[in-house]
Design a protein around this ligand. Structure first.
Ligand SMILES: *Cc1c(COP(=O)(O)O)cnc(C)c1O
Length: 371
């Protein structure tokens, strides 16, 4: 699904040298590399504060802790996402409220958000799923009207640009009150282990969060709030510093591969290709995900395995049907899109090293099968 070895070949010298520097300096945690990376990511995203942390799941948890939500507060998020998004809500004893998604962009359905709002609702977590920006204009309108926090789960969308109503271009993760991301190796900006970050323009929230990631300490050995230990290590920051200047070109490469896939499938009725935008960079194709109509998705998946083609099914089970998150509040008729998508979606190899020959082989194999 991803080719990290091929990508490494292109940045080996820089990465090896910076890792060696960290080892020589012995500043393994929160060293100068981490601070430099933080600053560079702030500049890239156009945001005042980046707070690095240990992974993307921690980033979400810490964002919720920083906002001071209390047990029983309701947090609305999508039924169709990676479990980390909902996991942290329940872990903090907040009440997760799962809602359906939009069939075109796979992101949280704004009408469903409106229907789910109650007097206890305190926050919305949209996910920029597969790398496609969620409908932030509408989401921010709803949040402003109901006085809710917005936490953008940008683990899959780093580098995507969203066009605001006034035509302004903003990076995903920087429009809500707080944004989070993951630097897991396979993400669009991945390190060589675990890593994550939290973004905000709010000075006070940034200060609170900087304490939370470090045991609730604002002054050494003075613990003002209950915190966690969630840090980015310097070796990971060194890798990320080598990759950040290439993120836009990496994302362009992904978009080009997506365009080629979609062109090949254009006349195939049984395949619905993902939305590809020609006028902006609102999609960074963390995943290239098809919907299959009138074809047995699982039989195709098995056929791909036989043909040596990796694939992924993100995600096979709606969160509201997972044992950990089932709840009598949920009614099947409230999730028609998620319930359909879990049976239809299929993600194809997507990374920075895909070549035309591979795309050709993959698309021909799929077309032969569905026809
Ligand atoms: C990967 C991912 C996360 C979690 O990131 P980790 O670094 O693996 O903890 C959270 N949300 C979404 C949507 C993700 O894809």
């Amino acid at each position: 699904m991803v080719d990290l070895k091929g990508q490494y070949a292109g940045i080996k010298e820089r990465v090896d040298a910076s890792i060696q520097e960290v080892i020589d300096s012995a500043a393994f945690v929160n060293g100068p590399e981490v601070h430099a990376f933080q600053k560079e990511l702030e500049d890239y995203l156009g945001i005042k504060h980046v707070i690095p942390c240990a992974n993307g799941t921690d980033a979400l948890q810490i964002a919720l802790m920083g906002l001071g939500l209390k047990p029983g507060d309701e947090v609305i998020t999508a039924d169709f996402t990676f479990a980390a998004t909902v996991e942290v809500i329940d872990l903090l004893q907040l009440t997760s409220v799962l809602v359906d998604v939009d069939p075109v962009n796979f992101n949280i359905d704004t009408e469903a958000i409106k229907k789910a709002i109650t007097p206890k609702t305190k926050a919305i977590i949209p996910i920029h799923l597969y790398g496609m920006a969620a409908n932030m204009n509408a989401i921010m309108d709803i949040a402003n009207e109901h006085n809710l926090f917005v936490i953008e789960d940008n683990a899959q969308g780093i580098g995507a640009t969203y066009t605001g109503r006034d035509g302004s271009k903003l990076k995903t993760g920087t429009m809500g009150h707080v944004g989070t991301t993951s630097f897991f190796p396979s993400k669009n900006l991945g390190c060589y282990g675990d890593g994550g970050a939290i973004f905000t323009n709010d000075d006070e929230l940034a200060h609170t969060i900087r304490g939370i990631v470090n045991h609730g300490m604002y002054k050494r050995y003075h613990h003002d709030v209950v915190g966690v230990n969630s840090r980015l290590d310097s070796i990971q920051a060194a890798v990320l510093r080598a990759k950040l200047p290439k993120l836009d070109s990496y994302n362009d490469t992904r978009r080009n591969a997506a365009r080629k896939y979609s062109e090949a499938f254009a006349s195939i009725e049984k395949i619905i290709t993902p939305f590809v935008c020609d006028s902006c960079d609102c999609h960074v194709f963390h995943q290239y995900t098809l919907r299959l109509k009138g074809t047995d998705r699982d039989a195709l998946a098995a056929h791909l395995v036989e043909k040596g083609i990796p694939h992924g099914i993100y995600y096979p089970i709606p969160l509201h049907k997972q044992k950990a998150y089932q709840d009598t509040r949920y009614k099947e008729e409230d999730f028609p899109i998620t319930n359909t998508l879990v049976k239809e979606v299929l993600s194809l190899p997507m990374h920075t090293e895909l070549d035309d020959e591979q795309i050709d082989y993959i698309t021909k194999t799929i077309i032969d099968f569905v026809n």
